[in-house]
Design a protein around this ligand. Structure first.
Ligand code: UT7
Length: 339
């Protein structure tokens, strides 16, 4: 059980940005590549198309553009950023971190930063990490980026996984909240490494470095036992969604928006159902972008804050995620300003 926060000041999300690669890969195009059908993909997952980054550009290309979009919307200069956290499992390279490349390319001359690896829970983990820096009074502007080039680690001959993922980046700026009853209110976060066998990348790390053999055996791709992961995802994502509400004496009817990780529309519906949140309040982008790993939740936020301007001061937002590790968690936000 997490300790209830003793907060000197609260952190809030003061801006949102995103980057979407232009190239769309539709289910119809996948039908020509592998033995699948638009009908199977839509009914089993809810996905219609996904974005694919041009090969050779790398994660920082997207992360930098999402960061600039976010900072421009906030009217905050890159020089004013204190910290950059990039949540990703597809960095440009093992080192230096993608955060360093973003720092250089946006000109955040005062900032330090690091990458955070938590699979599809990466954004939620990075968001709460950033909030701690701001709440403690240590920093005033932390940039959180969820960015993944999933197409760089997907085996496009494996029909069970290649239809599921897409590329994108989302960014948020975390600043002190002008009013203490608003902002990032609470979070619940977990991990359980017993999930490793069911969702991982077999080679390329220190246990099994890249070799001719690993390449030949196609071990540098996402390995996922879909049905196994599905079962755990439904239970755990729903549990932390219910838990964060209970912990804060709220019910599903108090929530204005649920922003769930977008791995499968059936997981999203099950989670909303168990938390007592009707689908009208659930933000869904899986049809357009598929599973973009660390980017799914900031992209959901972009839709309701920037695109549709549906979020009002005082609205409760719940973000919930589940991913490799296993990792999972939920964040409760009470939105500070009308957009
Ligand atoms: O984001 C990180 C966490 N990840 C997740 O939460 C993903 C969780 N898992 C899932 O979303 C689902 O398990 C999948 C979408 C991956 C798969 O759906 P499923 O309903 O669990 O299908 P399944 O794996 O049990 O496969 C059912 C059938 C199989 O055929 P048989 O053995 O019944 O003849 C598969 O071979 O569907 C077949 N299949 C496909 N058919 C057409 C698997 N992939 C495809 C495909 N097109 N792309």
């Amino acid at each position: 059980m997490e300790m209830q926060q003793k907060t000197l000041r609260r952190a809030h999300i003061s801006s949102v940005g995103r980057f979407l690669p232009e190239k769309r890969l539709t289910n119809k195009e996948l039908e020509k590549m592998i033995d699948t059908s638009d009908e199977w993909i839509v009914t089993r997952t809810g996905i219609r198309e996904r974005r694919i980054l041009e090969p050779g550009l790398g994660n920082s290309y997207m992360a930098v553009r999402a960061a600039r979009d976010c900072l421009e919307r906030a009217g905050v200069a890159p020089e004013a950023v204190d910290t950059i956290i990039v949540a990703t499992v597809t960095p440009d390279m093992f080192f230096p971190s993608t955060a360093c490349l973003v720092q250089r390319d946006i000109g955040a001359i005062k900032a330090w930063g690091f990458d955070l690896s938590a699979g599809c829970s990466g954004f939620v983990f990075a968001l709460t990490t950033a909030a701690q820096f701001v709440e403690s009074g240590r920093y005033d502007r932390v940039l959180v980026i969820g960015s993944d080039v999933m197409s760089s680690i997907i085996d496009y001959t494996d029909r069970a996984t290649c239809v599921l993922f897409g590329d994108a980046a989302g960014a948020v700026l975390i600043e002190p909240c002008p009013e203490n009853d608003f902002g990032i209110i609470d979070f619940v976060q977990r991990c359980d490494g017993s999930g490793e066998p069911h969702l991982h990348m077999k080679a390329g790390g220190s246990r099994k470095p890249a070799s001719m053999e690993t390449v030949k055996n196609r071990e540098h791709y996402v390995y996922q036992e879909g049905a196994q992961v599905f079962k755990v995802a439904v239970t755990q994502m729903a549990d932390v969604t219910v838990e964060i509400l209970r912990k804060n004496n709220l019910t599903g009817s108090d929530v204005s928006f649920l922003l769930p990780h977008q791995a499968n529309l059936r997981i999203i519906k099950a989670c909303a159902d168990r938390a007592g949140i009707p689908m009208e309040k659930v933000v869904v982008n899986i049809d357009r972008f598929a599973n973009t790993t660390a980017a799914t939740i900031p992209l959901c936020l972009y839709d309701i804050v920037v695109e549709d301007k549906r979020v009002k001061k005082g609205d409760y937002l719940v973000m919930s995620a589940f991913g490799a590790g296993y990792t999972w968690g939920s964040v409760l936000v009470r939105w500070w300003e009308d957009w």
